[in-house]
Design a protein around this ligand. Structure first.
Ligand code: HEC
Length: 200
């Protein structure tokens, strides 16, 4: 009885939608167009969750165990949080930079283009905070929505990305990342970006 009622209800909804023209071929085409506002909103929400979680874990570990121990947070927790969010949300979530510590985070062509545009804008006085970029691109025949959000260098970041990094921290980072480029940053400078993508 319940199933019959449900079926009846969905048939009626379908009829109503068809009558209103929602299921006509024109609308069917339109509804396949990605909704850019919604995608951007989703991307922003994931980015904020990622940033907040990372900062909390990082700050907590530095306070409790010091920056050498916190290196592990950046090394293992950052990709782990990104992977978890990616699985939960169906997005690809990563961090990148114009000066990377880990070569796995090196920017691809689209990310390089955005980072170069941002650096140009910043050099002409634009604030790093709230810098964003988004675009629908076709990569190898696949349609991808791409989103990037700038990460400014905070004071806490200087422990490991600044100009005068404490000896033990510097040594551990150097051992793990002999080709590290991610030092010498000043507070407020562009450190890198969160980079998200969703494939259609
Ligand atoms: C305790 C040391 C430490 C602190 C503090 C720290 N980082 Fe990092 N950061 C690292 C390490 C180690 C990596 C490399 C992670 C990896 O292997 O993916 C990294 C990588 C990054 C990356 C990815 C790009 C790259 O260079 O490989 C970004 C972006 C970044 N850090 C931003 C920040 C920001 C912003 C802060 C401050 C809020 C910060 N970090 C604080 C150690 C640190």
């Amino acid at each position: 009885m319940l199933a019959t009622l449900k079926q009846l209800k969905s048939v009626r909804t379908l009829t109503l939608l068809t009558a209103l023209g929602f299921l006509s071929p024109v609308f069917a085409d339109n509804t396949q167009e990605p909704d850019l506002n919604q995608l951007e909103q989703e991307a922003k929400t994931i980015t904020m969750a990622f940033g907040k979680e990372l900062k909390t874990v990082l700050q907590g570990t530095i306070m409790a165990s010091g920056p050498v121990e916190a290196i592990k947070v950046c090394r293992t927790s950052a990709p782990a949080i990104a992977n978890r969010l990616a699985q939960e949300k169906g997005w690809d979530v990563a961090r990148t930079s114009h000066k990377v510590r880990n070569a796995n985070n090196a920017p691809d062509a689209w990310e390089q283009k955005v980072l170069a545009e941002w650096q140009d804008k910043i050099s002409r006085g634009a604030p790093v905070q709230n810098m964003k970029a988004s675009e629908i691109v076709t990569e190898n025949g696949v349609t991808v929505y791409r989103f990037m959000s700038a990460i400014p260098t905070g004071q806490m970041c200087l422990n490991c990305h600044g100009s005068s990094i404490a000896g033990p921290v510097r040594n551990t980072i150097h051992d793990l990342y002999p080709d590290d480029q991610a030092t010498g940053f000043k507070e407020g400078e562009l450190r890198g970006a969160f980079s998200l993508q969703k494939t259609f």
